[in-house]
Design a protein around this ligand. Structure first.
Ligand code: DQA
Length: 150
């Protein structure tokens, strides 16, 4: 069997409140539910999955820096920092690790301030509006990309 690829999943502020937070928008699954299911998917794909969630911008940035030469791919839902953070954009640009941007909700059908992302133009791809399934879609696509590039 070939060496395992390492995929890092990062979730930003308030996503620790999934399940309780605005379920009409974000659904009823908790972040634990989502990560458990993603970990099972990762095992089937022979991928080592690590997960990090923080409500603090500097902690997200530190974790991104740690991924330098450690992670093969990042799946990130930066949550509200999507729309505000040049610093998270710069952190991702500083590590040269490809990433997908994921959002549970369709940010383009919501308030105008959610339509702009500081990350989309530097992401390998963007998935939004598919709920928790978006993470699984991103992982499947990342696995394919990594298998092609190995
Ligand atoms: C979100 C969308 C963002 O606009 C919002 O601030 C979030 C979650 C999503 O997953 O749909 O916190 O990233």
């Amino acid at each position: 069997m070939t060496a395992k690829h390492n995929v890092l999943v990062i979730n930003g502020p308030n996503l620790n409140r999934l399940g309780l937070r605005q379920p009409e928008i974000y659904g009823s699954q908790t972040l634990n539910d989502i990560i458990e299911s993603l970990t099972a998917d990762a095992e089937k794909l022979n991928i080592e999955l690590n997960h990090f969630q923080s409500n603090a911008e500097h902690e997200l940035i530190e974790r991104i820096h740690q991924a330098y030469q450690q992670a093969d791919f990042i799946i990130i839902n930066p949550a509200a920092y999507t729309h505000t953070s040049v610093a998270i954009r710069d952190a991702l640009l500083s590590i040269d690790v490809p990433f997908y941007e994921v959002h549970l909700s369709n940010i383009h059908s919501r308030e105008p301030f959610r339509h702009h992302s500081y990350l989309s133009d530097i992401a390998e791809g963007v998935i939004c509006g598919f709920g928790p399934q978006g993470y699984a879609m991103a992982l499947g696509a990342a696995a394919q990309l990594l298998a092609q590039n190995k």
